[in-house]
Design a protein around this ligand. Structure first.
Ligand code: ZN
Length: 181
């Protein structure tokens, strides 16, 4: 679910708080954006395909990573984290359920589309469905490093993500009826 992807993006940015604290907030913002962006294809295009790139997101991630190393700056660091987080998000969806509105039914064999291979990966169900209790556990665990390393707005966003996730998990199975799918 989105809060887990957001927490993952924050976790990816957390080492910056130690090695380059002046860019940590930029990295955290990039990580959060990259965790969120792929799922915008829920609203336009084909979910888990149009904005999910398990392979190709690594190209700009590495490119901006190199730029950030050669000429450190908040923009390059943020962009590198954005694309790395989007790449990890795209891969992580493989370990959940398929791209159906009621994923606990397990009727979809489409977890995420790999453009580089030209086919869908079947779901692994390590997390049974987005918004399952174990998904919330993941959100909490992945938020811990950021809660320790950051303060202020970033810590607040991490806490808000956990709260949002808890509400989503509580109502997950009613969501398809509420949005009419
Ligand atoms: Zn996704």
């Amino acid at each position: 679910m989105s809060p887990t992807h957001l927490a993952t993006g924050l976790a990816l940015a957390t080492p910056l708080a130690v090695v380059a604290p002046e860019f940590a907030v930029a990295g955290a913002i990039g990580g959060l954006l990259g965790g969120a962006v792929p799922d915008f294809d829920l609203f336009a295009g084909e979910h888990r395909r149009s904005l999910h790139f398990p392979v190709y997101y690594w190209v700009p991630a590495l490119g901006f990573g190199v730029v950030a190393l050669l000429a450190p700056g908040g923009l390059a660091v943020g962009a590198a984290l954005l694309f790395a987080s989007a790449a990890v998000h795209s891969i992580a969806d493989w370990f959940g359920a398929g791209n159906e509105p009621r994923p606990w039914n397990r009727t979809s064999d489409r977890a995420v589309y790999v453009h580089a291979l030209g086919h869908w990966l079947p779901p692994k169900y390590w997390v049974r469905y987005d918004g399952a209790p174990e998904d919330l556990l993941l959100t909490v665990v992945l938020s811990v490093p950021a809660l320790i390393a950051f303060d202020g707005v970033v810590r607040g966003l991490a806490l808000a993500g956990i709260a949002l996730g808890a509400v989503y998990v509580a109502f997950r199975k009613r969501v398809p009826d509420l949005v009419g799918v």
